[in-house]
Write a protein of this length. Structure first.
Lengths: 317, 371
């Protein structure tokens, strides 16, 4: 089902004017973006990680990977890894006693969470009907203190205090939820990296200097080849991490970390190359490229820094 | 099936891999020691597992081949001295050779009775291989071959060689080439070993002066050599030449070395990246093998693998040398193997098509960038 599902999602997003939704979201008008999220709900995307017994699809993490890669490929605004992956998994593991999972699955509720130290802020709280706070194995409602702007203008960062307790003694569930968040984030990064490479290849084929398309110059060609290689070899790590999480095997943490490191690195290299190939036009706020460049910069350290994930790979080898 | 096969390979290797490493295969003694090892592998039915049983193989799938390689490198078994023949010529003969050629050549190759060298490059034709000038003209009821070849891997001690020669000087440069096989002991052949960076003679120059090659040693049709050579080039870039077992085994040794040397967190980041890269290459290769088993083909994307593994191999060994610190320059100490493997890795971005050639292929044929 997976690749077909990705194609369906891609077609929907390609026709949904995501750039406009993102511009409005960044300007404080969530309307078009929330309508887009509603359509994700209709397609079942918001139900993927919600267990069947809680009204969701209980889908494989691999389906979540396919969906999040496509959402990253279009740089859809909103707390995706939180609401589509981490929170449903957390509530699925802890059993919430609320109707939150069913509402998440139906697309009626958007959720986010903070889980310091790895996830210090709750992203996109302005769109969320449910903010959670997890620390030391205790999960509570989150009370938003202060909100910071992210380098990604569609992303806000809320500092959160713990409110009423929802579940206690659930450190394992929190850890698994954070791994799902990191997996979804890695998939978004891979999708964004792909979009940046596609944009760079397109531009390099059209932009003429010295009488030739700039993509005919070896310096440009070779740099984009390196980007393609990075993305190509990040993908199997991402899929393996999805499989390991599905099996809840002993290597799941290591595999998620390896995937996050490789996808973030590949997306970052893609962003740098795409900006360089576009030249000055790529450095403007109005150019479509900026959405992807800034989203990648925001997501690279999200759900655990590169150093933290590399250290975990070595620890768990 | 696969797990039973894995167990068989593991058990045999555990019982037979020499306790002390064989002398380098790029010395006369080492070459013969590696030939003897190949014969032992062949006797155990493990020399050419992917070949049909009729030629000494056991019809192993690509997935099983990858299992074999994982076990082979994990066991620290000797380098394959016959690899030019096994992984380059043999696939070409299966795809384009005649039944007579397969029957005559492959069993001797499998048994290491003939060890093959490659003869592609010439002094004026490296990356631009189609500029080659060594020629073959009709004579004596076959072909008379003259010219020179260089950087011929294993040619210093090998028995036979394969390469491309110009048989029709009037034809366009990619046409008029023929794929020929010849004995390195034939009259008119002079082999001059070349000392490599590390001091050993891993490759050689071959000079040919009216060397007779019978028609039965032309692979495919005369004039069709370029297409035949390129049809199996992707084998050399990916899968068969550099299977992931090699890098995963090295990455695991690297992690041990890092732990033993105190677990420096700065170098740890590069150690982690090396292991992640080796794991990515393993997963990617298994996915490719599954795709090929389902009837897919290996196209220009093989160039991505070639750049990836060659840079991974170098990065991995450079971290190892950095971990060893001032001891890294010692060639004959207990850690000298890192230095030897580093010297070998240095050649990776050059052979089998330089990484620059590969990046151009990726840009044009995978990404569709303008020429």
């Amino acid at each position: 089902m997976s690749s077909d599902f990705g194609a369906v999602l891609h077609d929907m997003l390609a026709g949904a004017d995501v750039p406009d939704a993102a511009r409005c979201w960044a300007a404080g008008d969530l309307g078009p973006g929330l309508r887009l999220w509603r359509r994700l709900g209709n397609l079942g995307v918001t139900a993927l990680a919600v267990p069947e017994k809680q009204g969701g699809l209980g889908a494989s993490p691999l389906d979540l990977v396919v969906a999040c890669e496509e959402l990253g490929h279009h740089a859809v605004p909103g707390p995706l890894a939180e609401s589509l992956a981490a929170v449903p998994v957390l509530l699925g593991e802890t059993g919430s006693g609320h109707d939150w999972p069913a509402a998440l699955a139906a697309g009626d509720l958007i959720a986010t969470l903070a889980a310091p130290p790895r996830v210090p802020f709750a992203a996109g709280a302005e769109a969320a009907g449910l903010v959670l706070y997890a620390e030391d194995g205790v999960v509570g409602r989150g009370i938003v203190d202060a909100t910071f702007r992210s380098i990604d203008p569609t992303r806000s960062l809320a500092e959160v205090q713990r409110g009423p307790v929802v579940a206690e003694g659930v450190a394992g569930a929190v850890a698994r939820a954070l791994d799902f968040g990191a997996l979804a984030c890695a998939a978004q990064l891979l999708g964004a990296g792909r979009a940046l490479l596609e944009a760079a290849v397109r531009h390099a084929g059209l932009r003429v200097q010295f009488g030739r398309p700039v993509g005919a110059f070896q310096a440009v060609k070779h740099r984009l080849a390196d980007v393609a290689i990075g993305l190509e070899f990040a993908r199997p790590l991402l899929e393996a991490a999805g499989v390991a999480l599905a099996e809840d095997g002993p290597t799941a943490g290591r595999d998620v970390s390896a995937a996050k490191v490789a996808c973030a690195e590949a997306a970052h290299r893609s962003a740098r190359a795409a900006l360089q190939v576009h030249g000055a036009i790529g450095y403007t706020a109005e150019h479509e490229l900026s959405r992807f460049l800034l989203q990648v910069r925001a997501l690279v350290p999200a759900w655990g820094s590169q150093a933290e994930h590399r250290a975990r790979v070595l620890r768990e080898l | 099936m696969t797990e039973a096969f894995r167990a068989e390979v593991r058990d045999w290797l555990a019982a037979h891999v020499p306790a002390t490493p064989l002398p380098s295969l790029d010395t006369a003694d080492g070459f013969e020691a590696h030939r003897a090892w190949e014969r032992a592998l062949a006797a155990a039915g493990l020399a050419v597992v992917t070949w049909p049983a009729a030629y000494g193989g056991r019809d192993a799938t690509l997935a099983e081949w990858l299992v074999f390689e994982e076990e082979y490198y994990a066991a620290g078994a000797p380098a394959r001295v016959g690899q030019n023949g096994l992984f380059l010529l043999a696939p070409t003969l299966f795809a384009c050779g005649s039944a007579e050629q397969r029957d005559r050549i492959l069993p001797r190759m499998a048994a290491a009775d003939d060890i093959w060298a490659q003869a592609w490059s010439e002094p004026e034709a490296g990356s631009d291989l189609a500029a080659l000038r060594s020629r073959a003209v009709r004579g004596g009821g076959g072909w008379l071959v003259s010219g020179s070849k260089t950087w011929c891997s294993r040619a210093a001690f090998a028995d036979r060689a394969f390469g491309l020669f110009r048989t029709d000087p009037a034809a366009a440069r990619h046409q008029g080439l023929s794929y020929l096989l010849f004995s390195l002991r034939a009259p008119g052949v002079t082999v001059r070993p070349i000392r490599q960076l590390g001091g050993r003679t891993g490759f050689a120059e071959i000079f040919l002066d009216e060397v007779f090659v019978p028609d039965s040693d032309v692979v495919g049709e005369p004039g069709d050599g370029w297409r035949i050579a390129m049809s199996t080039a992707s084998h050399e870039r990916g899968l068969s030449l550099r299977s992931p077992g090699r890098f995963l085994a090295a990455a695991e040794r690297l992690v041990s070395l890092w732990r033993r040397s105190g677990g420096d967190p700065g170098l740890g980041e590069r150690v982690a990246d090396a292991w992640i890269g080796a794991r990515a290459y393993q997963l990617h290769t298994h996915a490719t093998a599954a795709r090929l088993a389902a009837g897919g083909t290996l196209g220009p994307e093989a160039s991505m693998g070639k750049v990836f593994w060659s840079e991974l191999d170098l990065a991995l060994h450079e971290v190892a040398l950095d971990l060893l610190g001032p001891r890294a320059e010692v060639r004959d100490g207990p850690d000298g193997v890192w230095l030897e493997d580093y010297l070998f890795a240095l050649a990776g971005p050059i052979y089998a098509g330089t990484n620059e050639i590969q990046r151009t292929l990726i840009g044009e044929r995978v990404l569709g960038l303008p020429r």
